[in-house]
Design a protein around this ligand. Structure first.
Ligand code: 5GP
Ligand code: ZN
Length: 138
């Protein structure tokens, strides 16, 4: 896609700090380095985000995620890794080419705080919602 910054990075028209590359996938360091080693894993083919990807394309992308995450963790001596993929602007997506953030974690010393506000479980509401959302096997 001509005006997509990650397509330009995949094509080599914009420089990037490459961590891993194969025929389907490119992984490169995020310029902002939210934590040390913050890496973006992208499909070489343009998709707007994961919501647009079929099983084959997303399987090729996610097949490489564990090995890249393990590599980052080992090389950096990290204690954990977060995986985030923002889909659409309301979810924080700013670059509209599918990407998975891998964020190496260094105990409580890396300055990144991710938290979920926990609600008390309401089991009837959960059951009703599951009825509404239950999918057929694909
Ligand atoms: P999003 O907010 O869409 O989930 O994440 C987009 C990410 O792309 C941001 O973390 C941002 O720092 C990163 N980014 C944007 N432009 C570039 C670029 O030109 N090179 C690299 N390496 N990362 C970029
Ligand atoms: Zn693109």
């Amino acid at each position: 896609m001509s005006d997509c910054i990650f397509c330009s990075i995949v094509a080599g028209d914009i420089p990037s700090s490459i961590v891993y590359e194969d025929e389907d996938v490119l992984a490169f360091l995020d310029i902002t380095q939210v934590t040390k080693g913050h890496t973006l894993v992208v499909p070489k083919k343009h998709f707007r985000n994961l919501l647009e990807m079929d099983e084959v394309a997303s399987a090729a992308l996610f097949a490489k995620i564990p090995v890249i995450a393990q590599h980052l963790k080992e090389q950096l001596g990290a204690s954990g890794v977060n995986l985030i993929s923002n889909m659409e602007a309301s979810a924080g997506q700013t670059v509209f080419h599918t990407h998975v953030h891998l964020l190496p974690r260094f105990d409580d010393k890396d300055g990144l705080h991710i938290s979920f506000d926990a609600n008390e479980p309401d089991f009837p509401v959960l059951a009703q919602l599951a009825d509404q959302l239950r999918m057929e096997t694909k």
